[in-house]
Ligand binder design. Structure first.
Ligand code: GLY
Length: 403
């Protein structure tokens, strides 16, 4: 199944089971969410879970663009880190609860997506015997059900708000991906593809439980990119069809191909992933700046441009990457098409601005790193930032790469 078929299969499955298809919300969340960027499908439904507004429907399904900023510098260096991803989700606002959610999840994974049930493992919150019984009734053998604690199996947005214990579905990708023994042993081999959150608690900004929600709700999240990795039997997220139009642009600009060299692969991945993610951010109204969301965007655009230079590309790259993103994802996210001219203008002007100082900054960096013994002096980091526009995270990455 290609990416678009996974999206459509998921949404249809839940529409047929009484769910309202709701469009993705913006990556810029409402201020009261306490979040920098939308980080889960449930964000737009927070007022319904908290009981602050009546839900206009009892059941919803969506494919939500999501952004997680904690791993930007890891993108490209691993097989699976992304900043932007698409989250498939189904939601119940005080309607169905655990049994239906787990049952439908299993039905879609096995019958809709065609994954052999013999490859599935599940996790549950350590004290949640009720969900263990549900999975046993649904045919998951006891030895493939694992209990895990709050760090793994209690979900919250990482801001004060709704939360709850959760239960995940993992797919065993086989011995070429790691050691036997289940998700507690190896989460590369046993890839998590679906999380069922039993939204029943309200927590504070440290995830301490403050009370019960007015109703018991369901919030599920399943990464489209991970499902595609499994269904297309690819070793990495970057090899799925979802990223191929972006890699085609990056490879053609660089004149190199994926798989030839580890260092160039990192830079190609950064171009593909950051090219896609920054296009989505700008289309939702984020502008490059030195704080908050704008700084996330600026860091990523500048990291992208610096990796393009490492590949020896001297000409502008962002426009072609943005065009490929709009062409590939504009059907599912029409705002990309509507805001095309604006996206291109914002992205290319940031590229021009940084492209002009990058060469001089790199010369200063090379000179300083050649003379440094173990530590790059703070005043160099400052000058790179202040005069040449190098975000400090980019300098740190260059220092690490220089050993
Ligand atoms: N909201 C569920 C998840 O992100 O896994």
């Amino acid at each position: 199944m290609e990416g678009w078929q996974i999206r459509e299969t998921f949404l249809r499955f839940f529409e047929e089971r009484g769910h309202r298809r709701v469009p993705s919300a913006s990556l810029i969340p409402p201020p009261e969410s306490g979040l920098l960027l939308t980080n889960a499908g449930m964000n737009q439904f927070i007022p319904y879970f908290l009981g602050h507004a009546p839900a206009p429907y009892d059941r919803a399904t969506s494919v939500q663009k999501c952004f997680r900023t904690n791993d930007i510098e890891n993108v490209g260096r691993t097989d699976r880190h992304l900043t932007l991803f698409e989250m498939l989700g189904n939601f119940s606002f005080g309607d169905y609860f655990k049994r239906e959610s787990c049952g439908w999840g299993l039905e879609l994974v096995t019958e809709g997506f065609g994954i052999d049930p013999g490859r599935l493992w599940v996790s549950v919150y350590e004290t949640d015997d009720e969900t263990i019984d549900i999975w046993l009734d649904l045919g998951i053998p006891r030895e493939r059900i694992v209990r895990r604690g709050k760090d793994d199996n209690y979900w919250w947005t990482h801001a004060a708000g709704p939360a709850g214990p959760c239960s995940e579905i993992f797919v065993d990708r086989g011995s070429r991906y790691g050691d036997e023994g289940g998700p507690a042993v190896d989460e590369d081999r046993y890839l998590e593809i679906w999380n069922h959150v039993f939204m029943q608690d309200e927590v504070d900004e440290r995830a301490e439980r403050r009370g019960e929600l007015p109703a018991k709700n369901i919030d599920t999240g399943s990464s489209l990119e991970r499902v595609a990795t499994v269904l297309q039997d690819k070793a990495t997220i970057f090899e799925t069809d979802i990223f191929q139009p972006l890699f085609a642009v990056a490879e053609s600009l660089a004149g190199v191909r994926q798989g030839e060299d580890e260092r160039t692969d990192i830079s190609l991945r950064v171009m593909a992933e950051h090219g896609r993610a920054t296009t989505f951010l700008i289309a939702d109204g984020v502008q490059p700046s030195n704080e908050g969301r704008g700084y996330v965007l600026r860091r990523m655009l500048r990291r992208l441009v610096s990796h393009a230079r490492r590949l020896g590309i001297e000409r502008p790259v962002i426009e072609e990457l943005a065009e490929a993103t709009i062409a590939t994802f504009g059907g599912a996210y029409p705002e990309l098409v509507e805001n095309r001219a604006y996206v291109l203008q914002v992205a290319t002007s940031e590229e021009e601005r940084f492209g002009g100082t990058l060469r001089q900054g790199m010369a200063l960096f090379e000179d300083a790193i050649g003379r440094a013994s173990g530590t790059l002096p703070g005043e160099v980091v400052f000058k790179l930032h202040d005069t040449f526009g190098f975000p400090k995270e980019l300098t740190r990455e260059l220092v690490e790469d220089a050993g």
